[in-house]
Write a new protein. Structure first.
Length: 276
């Protein structure tokens, strides 16, 4: 096993849920273990006018070669709803995963260059990189300073509180957006369950529609492990539900109750209770 650092960024949809989801999906893969995640940073975009990015870095242990790891990153992007063929150059991204550094040394091939060729100029990548790989400070600390210094940390990290009882699972989430709150409320770490399948659904941008989608998935026998919302507008969400098909339907009572705690924070309460 070797150590590598993966950079993650998102500026579409539920940004924090996308980054957390990427870490969880990578960690669920054979031969990849996510052993550390940096704080989240909010940074202005490069390229055409668009929303600000959330950026982070994952320290991973892997037995995959750099090209194999790159392919795993690209598959994870696709599962989270990204279609690279439709991307504009320097345009917005629901999720962007880059292999920034590998302890095995430089790698150059037609499909990949490690370290990332523009790493020295990108404070949004260098800051998170040094959080999870402080041993690289002698090499990259001066480059980070020359690139403008460490970017500001995201001040609205989601708070997720979970309670379990014989009646089911109850989660309370406070996040930076309604989409993030809903997506994180419907992300579970079920014991011995790995997210083998991804279902993509479009729905009206309302918590009630989101809750109904979850009820339908449980009734179909699909057990949700991780949820992301890759694109959202005032009228529509595109959601990705990751989980497993259990085969037998589960009747559950899913309720979403939203309360605005502030302009940027929304509380979401998700209860999944097996009906008797």
């Amino acid at each position: 096993m070797s150590v590598a650092v993966v950079g993650a960024g998102s500026n579409l949809g539920a940004r924090e849920a996308a980054i957390r989801g990427a870490a969880a999906l990578l960690d669920a893969r054979d031969q990849i273990s996510v052993i550390d995640i940096s704080p989240l940073y909010e940074t202005p975009p490069l390229g055409p006018p668009q929303g600000d990015y959330l950026n982070a870095a994952f320290r991973v242990e892997t037995a995959l070669t750099p090209p194999e790891l790159l392919r795993a990153l690209l598959r994870t992007e696709r599962r989270l709803g990204r279609k690279r063929s439709a991307d504009l150059r320097w345009g917005p991204r629901s999720i962007d995963l880059d292999l920034l550094w590998d302890a095995r040394g430089p790698h150059v091939s037609p499909e990949l260059q490690v370290p990332h060729p523009e790493l020295d100029q990108r404070s949004f990548a260098l800051g998170p990189l040094l959080d999870v790989a402080p041993e690289l400070a002698d090499r990259y600390a001066d480059a980070l300073e020359a690139a403008g210094g460490r970017p500001p940390e995201w001040g609205h990290d989601a708070i997720v509180q979970q309670r379990e009882s014989t009646k089911g699972v109850e989660r309370e989430v406070e996040a930076g957006s309604l989409a993030d709150a809903c997506a994180l409320a419907a992300s579970f770490d079920w014991p011995s369950v790995r997210p083998w399948s991804t279902l993509h659904l479009r729905m009206e941008a309302q918590p009630e529609r989101f809750a109904e989608a979850l009820r339908q998935l449980f009734r179909s026998g699909f057990q949700v492990c991780r949820t992301t919302i890759s694109h959202c507008s005032q009228s529509q969400w595109t959601a990705e539900f990751h989980g497993v098909h259990r085969g037998s339907p589960l009747e559950v009572d899913v309720r979403l109750q939203t309360t605005s705690a502030s302009i940027r924070h929304t509380g979401v309460n998700l209860v999944t209770t097996p009906k008797r």
